[in-house]
Structures are given as structure tokens and as C-alpha cells.
Design a protein. Structure first.
Length: 134
């Protein structure tokens, strides 16, 4: 594999990290809960399809990651494989795909951690119950 292609691959995987971070934070974290809930309500109550879809994009990490990736490519143009707009289009979809891999892995990790916390709490409850009985 030539060095330039390897550098491009590394760069796209690195650029996907902040894309995933921004998309996840806006669509999942507590800091944006109120605006996200407002957007969710608007996505269900607006009369016009365009308005519903606009507000929905702030509640879906996959949808929102397209816009975040486009913003990052506007800030740091990075044509992938081909020069010009065709390379930017490839970069855009690649960024979205990689960012969503990151977000899926992060979501899975958080789910595993939450599951472990529940198991630990159940074990502690059982131990306390045994101590009271025994």
C-alpha cells in the first residue's frame, strides 16, 4: 500500500472522531436534552414535511452526522481518492460511515457499562439481604 493512500486512510479515520463526537453529543447527551426534546416535539407536530424533517435531524445521530461531516469538510476540505468535488463526495460519505461506526461502538460500550452497573447493584442488594437474614 503506498504511503499517500495510507495517510489518507488515517486522516479520514481521525477526522471522523470529532464528527462522531459532535453528532453523538447533540443527539444523545444531557447537555442538549431540552433543545433535542423540543426538536423531537416539533418533528412530530409541524404541518409541513420539510419542517418535520428539519427538526428530526437533531434527534437522529445518523441524520445529523451527515450535516456535521459536511461542516467539517467545509472547514477542512479533504478530497478522498479523487480530486475536486468527487473526492469530497467520497470523503463526505466515508466520514459519515466511519463516524457511525464510532457511535455504534460507543453506544454499545455505554450499554455494556450500564448493564454491568445494574448487575453490580443487584449483587449488592442480594448481599445486603443475606447479611440481614444471616
Amino acid at each position: 500500500m503506498n504511503e499517500a493512500l495510507l495517510f489518507e486512510a488515517l486522516r479520514i479515520w481521525l477526522l471522523a472522531i470529532p464528527v462522531a463526537c459532535v453528532a453523538w453529543t447533540v443527539t444523545h447527551e444531557e447537555v442538549f436534552r431540552e433543545p433535542r426534546e423540543w426538536c423531537e416535539r416539533r418533528s412530530k407536530s409541524c404541518r409541513r414535511l420539510v419542517q418535520r424533517k428539519f427538526f428530526y435531524l437533531f434527534t437522529c445521530e445518523y441524520c445529523f452526522s451527515h450535516y456535521v461531516a459536511a461542516l467539517f469538510l467545509a472547514l477542512a476540505p479533504f478530497p478522498l481518492l479523487l480530486p475536486g468535488w468527487r473526492g469530497l463526495l467520497i470523503s463526505w460519505f466515508s466520514l459519515v460511515w466511519i463516524a457511525n461506526l464510532y457511535m455504534s461502538a460507543f453506544g454499545r460500550l455505554r450499554l455494556d457499562i450500564k448493564h454491568e452497573k445494574v448487575e453490580i447493584a443487584e449483587d449488592e442488594t442480594r448481599l445486603k439481604a443475606r447479611k440481614r437474614v444471616g
